[in-house]
Write a protein that binds this ligand. Structure first.
Ligand code: SAM
Length: 274
């Protein structure tokens, strides 16, 4: 029988942020595949876990996956860990998961830290719907296209960025999206954890003294949603707002505002509606 492939979340700074289940799995597997074995050794030493480690990173993911799949097919249990947080989220993991599915190997997630989720929940932006874009592409043309997409995004946007590229990316956000509201979630779970809030130009002016790992959150474009609604018929707008949970009075007020007409005119149109 095949072994199990575990995707184990590890801390994103504070070594205490690891679950009991993650520790037990790391103790019990036959092999741990780690992005940077030297980095992971610090965590494993801290947890007093001694296991064979195997190097598995973005640049050797495809080749090394075959080796790991063979081991899994031979019945060995393997844990994938990365330098920080949840595997396969802007980190190695996706490729071997696809291979494991092709080979009918059981895949088990071991939940824990995920940097983006912790940044989002403290951002103060909309958490009901959000869009994670990972690292922005570096190629100029593809990056420009991505910004076209971001401009229209009405959900909270979450971006990962390397510390030395934060300023460049903030400047690109300003150039392409205007002076949008952003939050920088910095050094999460570490001593210098902080949340910097403001417009992108305000934060650019403070960046000289701010270092460390960061996640960029951008408030979703509220106008897009309103513009989309303005293009709907008045009936369609009514049904949409109703689905969103608004009562009749609130709906009428919104529709009147969207369409620049008197509330009473809209009221008369929906006089028989509940
Ligand atoms: N897979 C990991 C996760 O989702 O938790 C993320 C790995 S990704 C290669 C690294 C990026 O995540 C960093 O460039 C930064 O944007 C973000 N990040 C990771 N740890 C962080 C922390 N402690 N504080 C702020 N951002 C962090």
């Amino acid at each position: 029988m095949s072994g199990i492939l575990y995707l184990v979340a590890t801390p994103i700074g504070n070594l205490e942020d690891i679950t009991l289940r993650a520790i037990n799995v790391l103790k019990e597997v036959d092999l741990i595949a780690a992005e940077d074995t030297r980095h992971s050794l610090k965590l494993l030493n801290h947890l007093e876990i001694s296991k064979p480690l195997f190097s598995y990173h973005r640049h050797n993911e495809e080749v090394k996956s075959d080796y790991l799949i063979d081991k899994l097919l031979n019945g060995e249990n393997i844990a994938i860990i990365t330098d920080a947080g949840t595997p396969a989220i802007s980190d190695p993991g996706e490729f071997i998961v696809k291979k494991a599915i092709e080979n009918n190997i059981t895949i088990v997630p071991i939940p824990g830290c995920c940097a983006l989720i912790n940044a989002l929940i403290c951002s103060g932006f909309d958490t009901r719907e959000f869009a994670f874009y990972g690292f922005l592409p570096l190629n100029k043309k593809i990056r420009a296209n991505k910004f076209e997409q971001l401009k229209k995004e009405n959900k909270t946007i979450i971006l990962y960025e390397a510390p030395h590229k934060i300023i460049t990316t903030l400047n690109d956000i300003y150039k392409n999206m205007g002076d949008v509201n952003i939050v920088l979630a910095r050094e999460l779970t570490k001593i210098h954890e902080s949340f910097l809030r403001g417009t992108v130009s305000e934060l650019i002016s403070k960046m000289e003294n701010i270092k460390g790992e960061m996640i960029i959150l951008i408030e979703g474009n509220q106008k897009v949603e309103e513009e989309e609604k303005e293009n709907l018929s008045i009936e369609e707008q009514y049904e949409l707002y109703k689905k969103e949970g608004l009562n009749k009075n609130e709906i009428i007020k919104k529709i009147a505002k969207n369409n620049g007409v008197k509330k009473n005119d809209i009221y008369m149109q929906f006089i028989d509606k509940e």
